[in-house]
Design a protein around this ligand. Structure first.
Ligand SMILES: C[S@@+](CC[C@H](N)C(=O)[O-])C[C@H]1O[C@@H](n2cnc3c(N)ncnc32)[C@H](O)[C@@H]1O
Length: 261
């Protein structure tokens, strides 16, 4: 659903998602989920690329909580990038995080620019997982890690009617793929130690808590900011999402692989 500013992630959607997921976040879990994704990887001083940086919260967490040396955040939309710049300035981290608008496709950085290629719930918008992983391989230094979370589908068949209805309700350009497709894309690019770890159990519980909050007193606060119809539209999305989380067809997943060297 493109909005008056022309972006899929328009100002009202950013306001609503930040209200549910926290300032700077357009995906669930906040800094705690970033920490689970980083796990025991040492990011101190690392040059990190963040694909689909959104509203900047991920990049702030990577620097502030994990000591990344410099994060280069890229995104395809102006509205999220303007918002991210504001959040990053607010956090006093403009000297540690650089943002760039990019076109979909190969990213405009020289080979071997990064120690870590990171992404949180954005690759769902990039249909060609094999091309993306090949580009991540090109951009990583030998020994570097690809570390991502993303919204996967439980299979590569036609989505069930419930899944199709959920995807249509989101109104975003989802190009979902299975964990097998992600692992194949990473392996074909040359990555080793490839793993995928479903976060479905965690998000089934968390999404219910989010929905309860959206239906509670928070609804009035959000309605004052973005209008009651838009809040109710998102409550409908969450209801549909919980159905497909319960079926295991919607699978938030952690994905990792190492470039040998
Ligand atoms: C669900 S949001 C996640 C944002 C952020 N990573 C977070 O976790 O808060 C997905 C983001 O991916 C961006 N995006 C969509 N297509 C993209 C592409 N081809 N390359 C990079 N980013 C893209 C969107 O504009 C949006 O900001």
């Amino acid at each position: 659903m493109a909005h008056e500013d022309g972006d899929l992630y328009h100002a009202a959607l950013i306001a609503l998602l930040e209200g549910v997921w926290g300032d700077g976040f357009l995906s669930p879990g906040g800094p705690a989920e970033i920490a689970r994704l980083v796990a025991d990887h040492d990011l101190s001083g690392a040059a990190v690329l963040d694909i689909g940086c959104g509203a900047g919260g991920v990049d702030i967490a990577l620097v502030r909580d994990h000591g990344a040396g410099f994060v280069s955040g890229v995104d395809v939309e102006d509205t999220v990038l303007a918002h991210a710049r504001m959040r990053i300035a607010e956090a006093g981290l403009s000297d540690r995080i650089g943002l760039a608008k990019v076109a979909p496709g190969p990213l405009p950085f020289p080979p071997q620019s990064f120690d870590v290629v990171f992404s949180k719930d954005s690759i769902v918008h990039i249909p060609d997982k094999h091309a993306l992983m090949a580009d991540a391989w090109r951009l990583l230094k030998p020994g570097g890690w690809f570390i991502a979370s993303d919204w996967l589908i439980g299979h590569d068949d036609t989505p069930s009617p419930e899944m199709a209805a959920y995807i249509a309700a989101e109104g975003l350009d989802f190009g979902m793929a299975s964990a097998g497709r992600y692992r194949d894309a990473l392996a074909k690019a040359g990555f080793v130690e490839v793993t995928t770890q479903s976060r479905n159990d965690w998000y089934r519980v968390t999404a219910r808590q989010e929905l309860a909050r959206m239906r509670g007193p928070w609804r009035e606060t959000a309605a004052a900011a973005v209008g009651p119809d838009f809040v109710d539209h998102n409550i409908d999305i969450w209801e549909r999402m919980i159905v497909v989380l319960d079926k295991g067809e919607h699978c938030p997943t952690h994905i990792r692989g190492r470039k040998p060297g």
